[in-house]
Design a protein around this ligand. Structure first.
Ligand SMILES: [Zn+2]
Length: 337
């Protein structure tokens, strides 16, 4: 007996592929606005996976990942249902902005409410029509504006099933990250939906390697939960993921012009000079940026103008840094070949 699936009043029948338009509050120009939702339901029953992008409206890699994913997954080969949403925060996307027009961060407004703020209403719609109807979810992000992230999975590894999915995704770095108040991950946990966050690249840009790795990762997870048939033997060797139990931002010790001496994916050692901040009025006066611990750069600021206290490098801490670096180098060459 195949379970009935209704999204926004539309019945999704087995062996169908459709695009739904979820009605949103219109723009103040009275222009109607909808959230496009791609639903591919296989012939056979199976898990339901949602893939969401642009919860932060200026994070575009996920939009392209969803586009490629939809072209790749066919009804014939699919067990279960894939629900893919290329732009959850359509309002932010229209304005090239991370936020909603009410200046709220959607990822701090979950689970939302029917009579709440604009962000709260959008969160409520997404939770009730998509997330709560799914078994698993993958939420796609990039770094914030003027920052760049190494492809990485963020997940709460205290949950066994989430750990399994995080490993199946197949990027070299997993950051064990606690649930944040008001985040999609936290609201999904309450609904017993297991969610991974994939981070790669920067806001307002496409990163080809981050897009490729994201698409491959989603397909890996879909194979792992038997939504797609396994690949033929030896056709793809997944990298072994390494888990960082913690990470922290290194901040600018002074204000000035920042020059980096390292880059994403590189190992840093305690007391190593990893950048300089120069005084714009006195080029002989430069302050060293010194690593406070051993680790790997998983995120960095791309903007050379810094105030004291601005974040410069996001550093993750691993038990075996050397092995992670090797794995990242191998992964890098896989992505570029
Ligand atoms: Zn984001």
């Amino acid at each position: 007996m195949i379970e009935k699936l209704l999204i926004a009043g539309n019945e999704i029948k087995p062996a169908t592929s459709s695009v739904l338009q979820l009605e949103l509050p219109p723009l103040y120009t009275n222009t109607p606005l909808t959230m496009p939702v791609h639903v591919i339901r296989g012939k056979y029953d199976g898990p339901r996976l949602f893939v969401s992008a642009a919860i932060h409206g200026d994070e575009l890699n996920g939009i392209e990942i969803v586009r490629r994913l939809i072209k790749k997954v066919s009804v014939k080969r699919l067990a279960g249902t894939l629900i893919a949403v290329p732009a959850v925060n359509i309002y932010g996307m229209l304005q090239h902005s991370r936020y909603l027009p009410d200046r709220r961060d959607l990822n701090r407004c979950f689970p939302g409410s029917l009579r709440g703020s604009l962000a709260g209403r959008l969160a409520y719609l997404f939770m009730n029509e998509i997330v709560s109807k799914c078994t698993y979810g993958i939420d796609l992000h990039t770094a914030a504006l003027n920052r760049n992230n190494l492809p990485q999975i963020r997940a709460d590894l205290s949950d066994e099933k989430i750990t399994e999915l995080a490993n199946a995704f197949g990027v070299p770095v997993i950051v064990n990250s606690k649930l944040r108040d008001g985040s999609l991950r936290e609201a999904a946990r309450v609904e017993n939906v297991q969610v991974l966050v994939y981070e790669a690249g920067e806001a307002m840009r496409f990163s080809e390697s981050g897009i490729k790795a994201g698409l491959t990762g989603i397909l890996n997870v879909m194979r792992h939960v038997n939504m797609l048939p396994p690949l033929t033997k030896n056709s793809f060797i997944k990298s072994i993921p390494y888990v960082a139990q913690s990470s922290s931002w290194m901040r600018a010790p002074v204000s000035g012009i920042f020059r980096t001496k390292t880059r994403l994916g590189k190992e840093i050692k305690k007391d190593q000079v990893i950048g300089f901040i120069e005084d714009v009025c006195d080029y002989h006066n430069q302050e060293e940026v010194i690593a406070s611990d051993d680790g790997i750069i998983i995120g960095q600021s791309d903007i050379p103008l810094v105030y004291e206290g601005d974040p410069l490098f996001h550093v993750a801490y691993f038990k075996n840094v050397k092995k992670v670096v090797q794995s990242l180098d191998d992964f890098d060459s896989e992505q570029t070949t």
